[in-house]
Design a protein around this ligand. Structure first.
Ligand code: ZN
Length: 312
């Protein structure tokens, strides 16, 4: 027994000795290890960073797939991720209320890139008109739901990566250009799909008010019993108003969201008699095996769900 233990010991020692020079070499400035550490606040931004950064970046996402960025509580592991990052990519517009404390706890060395910088803010009037809630009026942070805005996000992320890693400029520009052209195609797909829905049927209910920018860009009206955040429950009055709106406006379908409790929408469906049209991906992607592992998959899934529920 003692002999076989010694054999194992030496086998491990030999393997480690063989690996050591290779590991030292990869950090030795031979040009093979330029990956920069980037933290993205939630999964949709993480996808954009992967598209633009490719193998030059090492992306970590704080709020994971199917997670809710509105009510996130960072852990000590998240503090370490931010402390190790060169860039932190955030949405801004008040979405990540937990961010300032996290950055402070991490020592505050990373550069923060606000991906939504430059988008046209959705007017408060639109939110007032289409949300059942009137008691709070924060800015609507869900700008990514318009593909034209997603292009602004991608451009800001590209510029942030170039500033943090100038030798990668050519690669970041090439990746971003290719992806922006895919987003142009996606934007046309959404417009074409909405064209096929009869105008009087272009209205739905979802859980929280996450589709205001989608509505403004593509002309499907969204009404939500919850406001632009998920951090508080809708009241009985909010729910009753939504049920009345469904009946008065003859809204053809209501939708679940991948991050929220199904019970609210099931209850509204039961009280109003409206049909549940499926699940929309609002603030979060699905995992690899789900319907929306990337932003482009997410928009395609949502438009397919909407058109199949709203078509005659
Ligand atoms: Zn949201």
């Amino acid at each position: 027994m003692a002999r076989s233990c010694r054999l194992v010991f030496w086998a491990i020692a030999i393997v480690l000795a063989a690996l050591a020079p290779a590991r030292a070499q990869s950090h030795g400035g031979d040009g093979s290890d330029h990956r920069i550490a980037v933290v993205a606040s939630f999964s949709i931004l993480g996808d954009f960073v992967k598209e633009v950064g490719g193998t030059r970046v090492d992306v970590t996402t704080l709020v994971g797939t199917n997670g809710d960025v509105h009510v996130f509580t960072p852990t000590p592991a998240d503090v370490r991720k931010v402390a190790a990052a060169k860039l932190v990519i955030v949405n801004g517009l008040g979405l990540e209320g937990w961010l300032p404390r996290l950055v402070q706890a991490s020592g505050g060395h990373a550069t923060i890139v606000v991906a939504s910088r430059g988008v046209a803010l959705r007017g408060a009037d639109a939110g007032e008109r289409h949300s059942a809630r009137h008691d709070e009026d924060p800015a609507d942070p869900h700008a990514w739901q318009s593909v034209a805005n997603a292009k602004i996000y991608v451009t800001n992320i590209r510029d942030g990566l170039i500033a943090a890693d100038p030798p990668g400029e050519g690669l970041y520009r090439a990746h971003a250009a290719a992806y922006l052209s895919k987003l142009d195609t996606l934007d046309r797909e959404v417009r074409d799909a909405v064209e096929r829905i009869p105008p009087e049927r272009r209205k739905v209910i979802s859980t929280h008010n996450a589709f205001g920018y989608f509505e403004a860009a593509y002309g499907i009206a969204f009404i939500a019993p919850q406001g632009v955040s998920t951090d508080s429950e809708p009241s009985a009055r909010d729910i009753a108003m939504t049920v009345t709106q469904i009946r008065n406006a003859k809204i053809p379908a209501i939708f679940l969201e991948n991050l929220s409790d199904e019970r609210l929408i099931r209850r509204i469906a039961a009280e109003s008699g409206a049909r549940v049209g499926g699940t929309l991906y609002s603030d979060s992607l699905s995992d690899e095996n789900g319907d929306a592992p990337t932003y482009i998959d997410m928009v395609r899934h949502n438009i397919k769900a909407l058109t199949s529920a709203l078509a005659d």
